[in-house]
Design a binder for this molecule. Structure first.
Ligand SMILES: Nc1ncnc2c1ncn2[C@@H]1O[C@H](COP(=O)(O)OP(=O)(O)OP(=O)(O)O)[C@@H](O)[C@H]1O
Length: 190
């Protein structure tokens, strides 16, 4: 898998506040960036800019390869059983996830709206796996997960990087990355 993601001199404005300026980085295949910083400094906004969902105030983003986003929003039909909700995306994405490994195998008949916080996160990770996108944009991917779930996400990211993907992870929590670095987004809003 070949992938590349770069940000050049990015600035982000929300309302009348500039949250950050001068953010630049380049990630080649196999590399990851862990974005940290205080509440409200703009981590989620940066992820959304990288995903193409939010226009930067200045600067530009270059992506080589499709991007997949995991954030707090679960793009599943809440009324469908999990298995059918996942099948909907599998038909569009062309790939599927190992539900046993994700701890979801026993939940396929449970309506999405009944899933717990951690189970919803695991479901989002199942969709991510099925997408087969080389660029992963993960906004607080460990939120709601138990220790085993957190270790699973770290292993998934390591495998993804090993296969030549790239990843940007916004997280308050420590995130084990063999092939990546941490980028601290300071609280510049004024
Ligand atoms: N649509 C919007 N209009 C104006 N301000 C916004 C909008 N969306 C977000 N903000 C503000 O932008 C700031 C940064 O939000 P963002 O969610 O990117 O921060 P964050 O670093 O991810 O925070 P946290 O660590 O709490 O998740 C916050 O002060 C937030 O209130």
């Amino acid at each position: 898998m070949d992938a590349c993601l770069s940000a050049l001199d990015l600035a982000c404005r929300r309302g009348d506040r500039v949250l950050f300026r001068g953010v630049s980085f380049a990630l080649e295949s196999g590399k990851a960036l862990h974005v940290t910083g205080p509440n409200g400094c703009g981590k989620s906004s940066l992820i959304r800019i990288l995903a193409g969902l939010l226009r930067p105030f200045a600067g530009s983003v270059e992506r080589a390869g499709a991007a997949a986003l995991v954030d707090g929003r679960l793009a599943f039909d809440e009324h469908l059983p999990l298995g059918r909700a996942l099948a909907f995306w599998e038909r569009l994405d062309g790939g599927s996830a190992d539900l046993e490994a994700l701890g979801l195998a026993d939940l396929i008949d449970v309506p999405v709206r009944y899933l717990s916080t951690g189970q919803r996160k695991r479901a989002a990770l199942a969709r991510l796996t099925g997408q087969g996108a080389p660029i992963w944009l993960l906004d607080e991917p460990l939120n709601g997960l138990d220790a085993a779930g957190a270790a699973l996400v770290e292993a998934m990211v390591a495998e993804h990087l090993g296969a030549g993907g790239v990843a940007v992870i916004a997280s308050h929590q420590p995130f084990a990355l063999a092939s990546g670095r941490t980028f601290h987004l300071p609280d510049h809003a004024a």
